[in-house]
Design a protein around this ligand. Structure first.
Ligand code: TXA
Ligand code: MG
Length: 425
């Protein structure tokens, strides 16, 4: 394999990592660890009691299949070789190298060499007599496998020497954790160990792909884009297998009507391109008269905070209709903000701040995520959590354009799930 981790030097950090690996291997209390996407809550995927510990800590019913994390292809092949061929596995422990190449379906080989270690999960057949605990696969004949590229994750899994089942390390329904503090906030008292690797690089979960179906499918958008996938041999015809914007309802939904996911305490109001804008009255009806509103702006281009004039120099769309949709979206969002929040200091809008309106009882806490899509992905979950800490009553999010690519689509996919009320655009 083209990557390796050495734990030869015994520093306090490696001692702690070894201790965490020991817990992962032997305890039924899961261990939180960083990955390049989001923090994971890991357990030995071969032990039911350990996997159940994940659901207990997250306070979530165990109805979803979990992704299984490996430190190397060798470790993955070892799992796949067990039980898939009784003759081999019983006589030799596991299959020989030449044969084990075939254990991973050929369709995945180009993806593995290009994207692993990295934010990609592949769906594999679960061998008969698999060592994986049934709680991991939720009764399916397949399982999701991934090799993360975070060095601490790789070291932990390698040292524990077990396949590691790990969903995101948040409490059920909350935004995924992209920093160790987020995990501590949600799971304090429920777990014993968090490995702190600083903020996550990518910020949204891995892309999940199914190469066992024809054509191959993207089951969840994430860190690897569909364009990147389609450029790989055998993946040219890859299709989207999750609900995209067009398939999702655009009607405003009452709070509590939908299953909550990625949600902060405050209801999320997502302002989406191509949908009709809410009136100020509608929003006031929804939120009441005396409220503090959190706003996450994505500043795809500059808006004058006073005049609704839009500086459109950074909007580039060859499609005229799309261009005017984008302009209208931005103008609508700016207008909405202005009607709630009259500031005379445009520079202040660039900072996280709170503004007391002079002629109403609305307050605003604003987090600008900037225009870069990778930065937006990296910051979106943390922004939702930060506004909860500010104790806002609702969070107004300026959506981005799905057509900007898969990272944008991944962000919007998560935001649509988080949103309690879908308005606008
Ligand atoms: O980025 C990530 O993937 C993060 C970090 C911690 O690695 N992990 C993560 O794991 O998001 P988890 O267990 O929450 O992801 C579960 C999702 C399921 O909702 C499903 O979409 C997909 O992975 N999945 C897992 N096993 C599957 C299977 N056998 N068939 C189809 N989808 C599966
Ligand atoms: Mg999750």
């Amino acid at each position: 394999d083209s990557f390796s981790v050495s734990l030869d030097e015994l520093t306090p950090d490696t001692a702690n990592l070894l201790k965490a690996a020991e817990q992962l291997k032997n305890s039924d209390i899961p261990v939180a660890f960083p990955t390049e996407t989001v923090y994971g809550l890991g357990a030995d995927a071969t032990r039911s009691a350990a996997v159940n510990g994940i659901y207990k800590a997250k306070q979530r019913p165990s109805d979803n299949p979990l992704i299984v994390h490996f430190a190397s292809l060798e470790q993955l092949r070892k799992l796949l070789s067990h039980g898939s061929d009784p003759m081999h596995s019983h006589l030799n422990g596991h299959a020989t190298d030449g044969r084990s190449e075939e254990l991973i379906p050929k369709i995945y080989h180009p993806l593995i060499s290009r994207f692993w270690p990295g934010p990609l999960t592949i769906i594999l057949p679960n061998p008969t007599d698999s060592l994986l605990a049934p709680e991991v696969t939720a009764g399916l004949g397949t399982f999701g496998a991934r090799i993360p590229r975070n060095i601490l994750a790789l070291a932990l899994i390698k040292q524990a020497d077990v396949p590691v089942a790990a969903p995101s390390a948040n409490a059920s329904t909350k935004p995924s954790p992209t920093a160790a503090e987020h995990v501590a906030y949600d799971l304090d008292g429920r777990i014993e160990t968090i490995i702190d690797g600083g903020p996550c690089d990518v910020g949204v979960e891995s892309t999940v792909v199914d190469g066992l179906s024809n054509p191959p499918l993207v089951l969840r958008p994430g860190g690897v884009s569909i364009e990147q996938l389609r450029s790989c041999s055998g993946w040219e015809a890859t299709e989207i297998g999750y609900k995209n914007a067009a398939e999702q309802g655009s009607q405003p939904k009452a709070p509590g009507m939908k299953y909550r996911h990625y949600s902060p305490k405050a209801p999320v109001i997502l302002y989406e391109i191509g949908k009709s804008a809410p009136t100020l009255t509608e929003l006031r009806d929804y939120l009441g008269p005396q409220r503090k509103l959190g706003v996450i702006t994505t500043k795809r281009w500059r808006v004058d905070p006073i005049s609704t004039e839009i500086n459109d120099q950074t909007i580039t769309s060859p499609d005229k209709k799309r261009y005017s949709e984008l302009i209208n979206h931005k103008r609508g969002f700016a207008g909405m903000l202005q009607s709630m929040h009259q500031t005379s200091d445009p520079g202040a809008a660039m900072q996280v701040h709170q503004v007391q309106r002079t002629h109403s009882t609305w307050q605003l806490a604003e987090i600008p995520l900037g225009s870069d899509i990778a930065n937006i992905a990296r910051g979106i979950f943390a922004a939702l959590r930060e506004l909860d800490r500010e104790q806002v009553d609702a969070i107004f999010v300026e959506g981005i354009d799905d057509l900007e690519g898969d990272t944008a689509a991944a962000v919007m996919n998560r935001l649509r799930k988080a949103a309690q009320l879908k308005v606008a655009g």
